[in-house]
Each structure stands twice: as C-alpha cells, then as structure tokens.
Design a protein around this ligand. Structure first.
Ligand code: AMP
Ligand code: ZN
Length: 431
C-alpha cells in the first residue's frame, strides 16, 4: 500500500502545523551549513525567530548561482560521511549544480515517488519500464527506488536504443512507463518502423511524463496514440528530483507534496508574493531533508497555485502545468512568447508529426522566427503540404500575434536531443 491517507488528506491547519514544525528543524539544520550559517549571521537571523510560516519571508531567496558559488560542499548540513548519494542538475542552463542526500533523504524521496505513482493507479502487479537516464540525472534512480517501494517489477532500460525499448515492452509486458514526452512521440515513429501498433502490440496502460515542459495537447496526443493514461510528473534535482509535484487521476493540476516542500509563488521581477491563482515563479523550501536543506530556492519555473479543493480528496495544493522557465521566454519583434504556446497550436493538427523546433535568427537586423515541423506522412514533393503550412502559420499568428515562417519537413528530419528536447535554436546575433 502506498496511499498515505493520513498525510495526503491531512486538514489544512494540521498541515500548517506540520510544516512549521519541520521548517524549524530545517532552519536549525541549515544553521550548520557553511552557507546559511554565514547568511544567518550576516542578517542577524536566529532560527528560533520563526513563529509562523509567514516568517519564512524574512529570509532571502537561495538561487542557483548561490549553489554554484558555494560548490561543492557549501550547503552540506551533515558530515560528509553521512552522505550516501549525490545527484546533479541536467545543466540545461550554465554549470551543473550538485545535491547531496543522506540515507533518510533517499528513503523519503523514494516514498514521495511511490506515493505519486500509487496515486495514479500504479500497483505492485505493474511492470515498470524506466526510460529516463540513470546516473547523475535524478529521473532514473528517483523513479527506480519509488517503483521498487511499491513492489513493481522494474526494467531499468534507461534512455535510447528505441527498438530494444519496444522489444522489452513486448517481451516483459510492460504496463507502466516513465518517459520524456518528446521521447514518447519519437517512439511512435519507431513502432511504425517495426510495423507495430502501440495500441495493440504492447500492454502499456500508464505513463509518467515529465522532466520537460509540455502542453496539454501533447499529453492528449500521447494518450490517444498509445491508448494509455499519462500523468504529469514535476520535480527538480535541487529539491530531490521527481516526486515534488504530480498529477492525480483528476489530471487537473499537480499536487505539491506539502509535507516535504513549502511552496511560494513570487513575481520574478519584484520578488513579491503573487496572489493565489496568479502565475509566477515557483519557490520551494525543503522541510524534510537532512543532507542539504534549501530555503526559498528560486526554481525559475513558472506556474500558478490552484485555490479550489481537488475532488480526489487530497489536500495538498495543486499547481498548474509548468509553462516553462522564465528564461525560456522569447521576445520576438517585441512580443513575448513561450515555446509551449507554439506546441499547443501544433499539436492540434493531426497531420503534423513527432518533432518540432523553433529557430531564431537575425535577418536584416531584425528577429526572425521559423517554426520547423515534421509532417506525419512523408511526401516526394513537400509542396502538397502548402495548404497545411498556411493553416499552421495562421493558427500560430492567432496565438503569438505575428506570423512566423513555417517550414514543414519530412518525418525524422529534425535532429533529436539525447535527453530533454531542445525546442529553441537561437542563432540571433547578440547586440
Ligand atoms: P533537473 O534538475 O535537471 O531535473 O531539471 C529540473 C527542471 O526540469 C525543472 O526546474 C523544470 O524546468 C523542468 N521540468 C521538470 N519536470 C517538468 C514538468 N513536468 N513540466 C515542465 N518542466 C519540467
Ligand atoms: Zn487530486
């Protein structure tokens, strides 16, 4: 059983009490890290000053840059020999950062992942194929330990080698899979190459998709193409990895596990708290971690908090799907846009294929945007797609307020990244 009912449905006042209690412990722990010890001293802060949850706002934010500057051990709260594991961020932006875990941390993390998967209906009887990277990246080992807690049979296939992935699915009757949404679409091409139908020739029923931004339309496409249920999994290595926030069967927002993380949403410019329901940057404080407590960590991820209660009965508040990181925002011809907006439009066209890319260039000193999209069915002469191309350009204009160049290409023509999808290629001349 991994339905932690008492915790998952805890009433709000009890939850706040639990959070305050854990926050206090965390601050005391933090006071033994080189970084926070110095910080607390500099700002004259004493962990015992914290009387309620709002008092956390007296503390400054912790940023990725702070982690980099105090690399590698500046945030360690226990002697080095209490640490049993380190992980690292995938480093899509700048130098990677490292995170350390004690044995209790690893155990708590596995519980969160197990709780998340169980919530979606995963059970001991499932065969679970984990196509995420094992190693420094948290996606592989994070889910692996969680799935084993539930008692599922785990196939630690790791990423890549797509034909073998499908063969494993068939031979061992995989029912649940952890997969990047971009890779889930790519695998459809491989099923086709192998003359197999993902709806009939494999026994998949559940997918956990995450680690990269994706749209609701992308989820629908995955669910329909495989005839499965797909759940959004959100996490970041600085908090643990997967198991920070996860969709329940309602699939309407992701429950943030508030017994382990305090969430705040701030305006990334003014750094002031945003009212509930409004979009801003997610800030997390770990409240159940020994090795490396992080206080008010700025994730750069953009989302909003849902204020209504969830019909599933869980009281942990939900966040919206992540729109992207605030540095994903593109300003093109003075218009702000997020790559996810392009994806939302593209996924509505059944004729389009499994990959797309946004290319930015400077042409005659101006920003120039090309959306390159694979079509589903190859053609000897791409001119047959002229009408589709125009319709996509028009639909994009309605969404992003100017008409981008749309370039339709053959299936498989866009180079795939090894890990998380690279959606934007910025070749603009820097001023
Ligand atoms: P890493 O620390 O390398 O695991 O990367 C974590 C980052 O991946 C997060 O801060 C997000 O930007 C992104 N990410 C993870 N899960 C999701 C998700 N479900 N939706 C959107 N972005 C995600
Ligand atoms: Zn729910």
């Amino acid at each position: 059983m991994f339905w932690e009912k008492d915790i998952e449905t805890m009433n709000i006042s009890e939850m706040k009490e639990l959070q305050l209690d854990r926050l206090r412990t965390t601050l005391i722990r933090a006071n033994s890290t080189p970084y926070y010890k110095q910080l607390f001293k500099d700002i004259g802060f004493n962990p015992s000053d914290v009387k309620n949850l709002e008092d956390i706002q007296k503390l400054p934010f912790t940023t990725k840059n702070d982690l980099r500057e105090h690399y590698p051990y500046g945030f360690l709260a226990v002697p080095r020999d209490e640490i049993v594991r380190m992980h690292s961020s995938s480093g899509t932006t700048g130098r990677a950062t490292v995170v350390f875990h004690t044995l209790n941390d690893i155990n708590n993390w596995a519980n969160l992942v197990a709780r998340s998967m169980y919530m979606t209906g995963a059970r001991k009887s499932d065969v679970f194929q984990n196509t995420m990277g094992y190693g420094l990246f948290t996606g592989g080992l994070g889910f692996h330990y969680g799935a084993e807690k539930i008692g599922m049979m785990v196939i630690p296939s790791g990423p890549g080698n797509s034909q073998r992935q499908i063969t494993l699915m068939r031979e061992f009757e995989t029912t649940a899979i952890h997969i990047l949404p971009s890779y889930a679409l790519h695998l459809l091409d491989v099923f086709e190459e192998m003359n197999l139908d993902p709806k009939k020739d494999v026994k998949l029923r559940l997918a956990f998709i995450g680690a990269e931004p994706h749209s609701e339309e992308m989820r629908k496409k995955i669910e329909e193409s495989y005839d499965i249920k797909a759940f959004n999994s959100y996490g970041l290595s600085e908090m643990c990895g997967p198991g920070v926030a996860f969709e329940c069967p309602e699939k309407n927002g992701l429950h943030v596990w508030e017994d382990s993380f305090i969430i705040e949403i701030i305006d990334p410019k003014t750094l002031k708290p945003m009212p509930d329901g409004e979009e801003g940057e997610i800030v997390f404080t770990t409240i159940n971690r020994e090795g490396m407590p992080l206080i008010r960590y700025r994730t750069r991820d953009l989302a909003s908090i849902y204020t209504d209660s969830c019909p599933c009965g869980r009281t942990h508040r939900r966040i919206s799907r992540i729109k992207g990181r605030d540095d994903d925002m593109l300003i093109i011809k003075g218009v702000n846009m997020f790559p996810i907006q392009v994806e939302t439009v593209l996924m509505k066209f059944p004729e389009i294929g499994r990959n797309y890319q946004i290319i930015l260039e400077t042409k005659e000193h101006m920003d120039d945007l090309t959306v390159e999209v694979e079509v589903l069915t190859p053609a000897d002469d791409m001119r047959i797609y002229e009408n589709l191309r125009k319709r996509i350009a028009e639909a994009l204009r309605d969404e992003i307020l100017f008409t981008p160049r749309v370039n339709l290409v053959q299936p498989g023509a866009i180079k795939r990244a090894e890990g998380k999808a690279v959606r934007v290629i910025d070749k603009r001349e820097k001023a």
